[in-house]
Design a protein around this ligand. Structure first.
Ligand code: 5RP
Length: 240
C-alpha cells in the first residue's frame, strides 16, 4: 500500500508552510494517504475536524467499494457527513474493537505526544483511539512542534465546573463550550513542560472527564504532510 511506503523520516520542525491554502492541501494529502489504509469490511474509527473532513471526502469517493466497512464517528458532525457520503456509521458499542481509527491533531511533539480537542471531541476520540488496533494521526506539517504548549482542551462535568476549573489552576471555559456529550469544554492554559505529569494531574482532578493530551503509546503512526511529500512517523503503539 502506498501509505505503508511513505518515507520514515521526521520533517523539519521549522520551515513548515503557513500559507492557509498550502495547509489545506497538506491536510488533504495526509488524509488521502491514510484513507488508502481503509479496506472493505474494516471497522473504522473516524475522528473530528477539518483534516478529517478531507479523510471523509476521500472515503466517500470509494463508498461503493466500502459497503461492508463499519464506521464509528467521534462526533455528530462526523457521523452526519459520513452518512451523507454513503458510509455506514454505527455506535461504538455495536462495533466493538476497531481495525483502524484515523484522526487529526492540534500539536505533535518529537516524542509523539499529541494535543487534541480543538473541536472539543477529544474524549470520544481518545476512547476510539484506545479501541483501535491501529490509530493513525493525520496532520499538516505546521502541527509539529518542538515542545507542546497550551491550550490543552479539557472536558469537564457541568456539575461544579467552576470549582473543577479553579482546582486545575489556569483554565478557562470556551465560548462555545459543549462536548458531543453535553459537558463543558475548557482550555488549560498553564505550562506543558512534562506532558505525562500534566496528563496525570488533569486525569486525577475530580470533575475532569478527559483531557486532550494523547500519550505516544496510543498512537500507531503519524502521517505528516508538507510541501514535498507525506512523511510517516512511527508511534508508540506500533509493533515495528
Ligand atoms: C477535534 C480534534 C481535531 O482532530 C484537532 O482539533 C485538529 O483539528 P483540525 O484537523 O481541524 O486542525 O482533536 O476534537
Amino acid at each position: 500500500m502506498a501509505s505503508d511506503r511513505a518515507p520514515e523520516a521526521p520533517p523539519p520542525l521549522s520551515g513548515a508552510d503557513l500559507d492557509p491554502d498550502a495547509i489545506e492541501r497538506h491536510k488533504d494529502a495526509a488524509a488521502r494517504t491514510a484513507a488508502e489504509l481503509v479496506q472493505d469490511g474494516m471497522r473504522v474509527g473516524l475522528g473530528t475536524g477539518s483534516t478529517v473532513a478531507y479523510l471523509l471526502s476521500a472515503l466517500g469517493e470509494r463508498a461503493p467499494q466500502l459497503r461492508a466497512a463499519r464506521c464509528v464517528a467521534t462526533s455528530p458532525a462526523t457521523a452526519a457527513v459520513a452518512r451523507e457520503l454513503g458510509l455506514t456509521v454505527e455506535e461504538l458499542d455495536e462495533v466493538g474493537e476497531l481495525d483502524i481509527a484515523i484522526d487529526g491533531a492540534d500539536q505533535v511533539d518529537p516524542d509523539g505526544w499529541l494535543i487534541k480537542g480543538g473541536g472539543g471531541a477529544h474524549t470520544r476520540e481518545k476512547i476510539v483511539a484506545a479501541c483501535a488496533r491501529r490509530f493513525v494521526v493525520i496532520v499538516s506539517a505546521e502541527k509539529e512542534v518542538a515542545r507542546l504548549g497550551p491550550p490543552v482542551p479539557v472536558e469537564v462535568l457541568r456539575f461544579g465546573a467552576r470549582q473543577t476549573l479553579a482546582a486545575l489552576g489556569d483554565a478557562q471555559p470556551r465560548d462555545v463550550a459543549a462536548s458531543p456529550d453535553g459537558n463543558l469544554i475548557a482550555d488549560y492554559l498553564g505550562p506543558v513542560a512534562d506532558p505525562r505529569a500534566l496528563a496525570e494531574r488533569l486525569s486525577a482532578a475530580p470533575g475532569v472527564v478527559e483531557h486532550g493530551l494523547f500519550a505516544p503509546e496510543l498512537v500507531s503512526e503519524i502521517f505528516v504532510a508538507g510541501a514535498e511529500q507525506v512523511w510517516r512517523r512511527t508511534g508508540g503503539k506500533s509493533d515495528e
